[in-house]
Design a protein around this ligand. Structure first.
Ligand code: HEC
Ligand code: HEC
Length: 495
């Protein structure tokens, strides 16, 4: 019965994977086959991040450790990157020259202001009277039009959507002194009650977004908002080391269950080639390096070799912004964040360790794991992979990892839709997020919540928001007995 649910990719012929010998290919196929025995944990299952997995005390710093298999030199680099990830940048001109260049428009002063303790960010309270600034939730802005149109009109290769003509690709709620900020996000929640089998019920919070205190006149009449919460930073180098063939194998065809993931192909300006998107909520970025540079530019207004404008997301319609001083200094190179610093930040972002799984052998956790499989959650949240033999860094090579994602786009229904296109991703599509580490979310940031805009206050709420291709698995959870639902959540909490 179980086997019938598995996507054809697992049953199909040999995957290509040119990095592996025929023998290794067979071994990999065997070890990544979905579990069928739920009476005990699988071999190596607790080591969810492969040999880099850490066995440390569970405390709020649990997401901030370097991978266990990093070399001594690797650790040194990681420490420097850690400092840069935490550092508060300041506006120019300043006395601390190596830290200036922030803005002129920005969303936050440091990477960690959003990626709280390397985990996910916080949306302001669900209390309608609370008016605190929204930092970790950024609002992407776009107007209707394809990625190709965006490239043609803007004459640059790295754009995946048409920006608001005045406000650009995202709303920046902060600006350097003397410059108006762009505006502030206002979120109103409406409660939706959901009845569950067995007499239980849940309340979902449906958000509606608006922007107040606009600093540069009206937004485009057709502007669409896509709110995005900062995701956790775990195991990103390992996700990069998953072979493209393994990802595309899951995308091929319909598996008879109405679920078919799609890749987000991204235009890479440097090589002129199409590359596979893996990162961000719509898989809009192909590499950790490019997303990190994108963050320096869009979120903090800092130039890097990949995104060389010192003015970040300022548009030609924001002349006052373009007239502000910038932080690049001749003696330090032409970018506010020179290539050397960029490399440390990228290296850091690639090597944050996965914590060891807890209670993988617990009876209730195993029962929950079985329900996770039987409900077909694994059609998208693909349990395991063996990474490339030829990954760039030795630590990421040939590791058995358990991220629970296919890194592909899925139609998740109207309830989660943002109506915004990003590259090949449509307005109802989201990338399956990895679930590894998800059980420690609130240990690291007690105010953290789930889904692309943080609307889900509990893991159960996150599941109940699933629609579209994931409607049937979601309905199975609604139909479970309260004890079964508790087991399913126990399994997620053990990740
Ligand atoms: C204003 C808040 C904010 C700041 C500051 C910020 N990020 Fe992010 N980060 C986000 C959001 C939101 C996303 C998801 C974006 C999306 O889906 O488009 C993200 C995604 C990422 C990802 C991809 C993670 C994944 O699982 O797909 C990486 C890597 C990353 N950020 C690195 C950085 C680095 C490095 C910095 C500092 C240079 C930084 N971020 C600063 C909010 C922020
Ligand atoms: C059709 C693909 C698909 C299936 C099937 C699916 N999911 Fe998801 N899941 C997603 C996507 C895509 C998201 C992100 C949606 C968003 O943020 O708007 C997600 C998000 C989640 C999250 C929140 C993750 C986070 O980082 O915020 C949890 C928890 C989750 N899924 C659990 C499950 C469980 C349990 C099942 C089975 C009952 C399941 N999913 C079935 C695609 C799927």
């Amino acid at each position: 019965m179980l086997l019938g649910l598995f996507p054809a990719a697992w049953a199909g012929g040999p995957a290509p994977r040119a990095d592996l010998s025929a023998t290794d290919r067979a071994r990999v196929k065997d070890i990544t086959r979905p579990a069928t025995d739920f009476s005990r944990a699988e071999p190596f299952e607790t080591m969810q991040g492969g040999a880099g997995t850490i066995k440390k005390l569970i405390n709020p710093d649990i997401f901030s450790h370097p991978a266990a298999n990093l070399s001594f030199e690797g650790r040194q680099e990681f420490m420097v990157g850690n400092g840069l990830f935490r550092k508060d940048w300041v506006s120019s001109p300043s006395s601390t020259q190596a830290s200036d260049g922030l803005g002129p428009l920005f969303n936050a002063r440091s990477c960690q202001a959003c990626h709280v303790k390397d985990g996910r960010g916080t949306v302001p309270g669900f209390d309608p009277l609370e008016r605190s600034d929204v930092v970790a939730l950024l609002l992407r802005l776009s107007i209707p039009g394809s990625a190709d149109e965006a490239r043609q009109r803007l004459g640059q290769g790295e754009v995946a959507s048409l920006p608001d003509p005045v406000y650009g690709h995202q709303l920046q709620p902060f600006a350097v002194p003397g410059l108006p900020a762009e505006g502030r996000i206002n979120i109103q929640y409406r409660e939706i009650a959901v009845a569950l089998a067995g007499g239980a019920s849940a309340v979902l919070m449906e958000p509606a977004y608006s922007v107040e205190d606009l600093g540069y006149g009206p937004l485009h009449p057709d502007v669409r908002y896509s709110p995005r919460l900062a995701p956790p930073m775990l195991g990103l180098g390992l996700l990069e080391a998953i072979h493209e063939d393994d990802i595309l194998a899951h995308a091929a065809g319909d598996h008879g269950d109405g679920i078919s993931g799609r890749p987000n192909w991204i235009h890479d300006a440097r090589s002129g080639k199409r590359v596979l998107g893996r990162f961000n909520w719509k898989a809009g970025q192909p590499t950790v390096e490019r997303q990190s540079a994108n963050a320096f530019s869009g979120d903090m207004g800092l130039s890097t070799p990949l995104f060389p404008s010192h003015y970040g997301d300022c548009t030609p319609a924001q002349q006052a912004c373009l007239d502000m001083p910038h932080g690049a200094q001749a003696h330090l190179g032409e970018h506010e964040v020179p290539a050397r610093l960029m490399d440390f930040v990228t290296m850091y972002s690639q090597n944050l360790a996965l914590p060891q799984r807890r209670d993988a052998d617990d009876e209730r956790v195993l029962a929950g794991k079985k329900l996770f499989y039987e409900s077909n959650c694994i059609a998208c949240h693909v349990p395991k992979y063996v990474t490339r033999r030829d990954a760039k860094r030795p630590e990421h090579r040939f590791q058995l990892i358990w991220p629970y994602t296919d890194l592909l786009l899925h139609d998740m229904g109207a309830g989660l839709a943002d109506g915004q296109d990003e590259g090949d991703a449509g307005g109802r599509e989201w990338r399956t997020p990895p679930l590894w580490g998800i059980g420690l979310t609130k240990t690291v940031n007690p105010n953290a919540t789930w889904l692309h805009d943080g609307r889900a206050r509990t893991l159960l709420e996150a599941i109940l928001w699933h629609g579209g291709e994931a409607q049937a698995p979601r309905d199975r959870v609604v139909a479970m007995t309260p004890a079964q639902r508790a087991d399913l959540i126990r399994f997620l909490e053990s990740l």
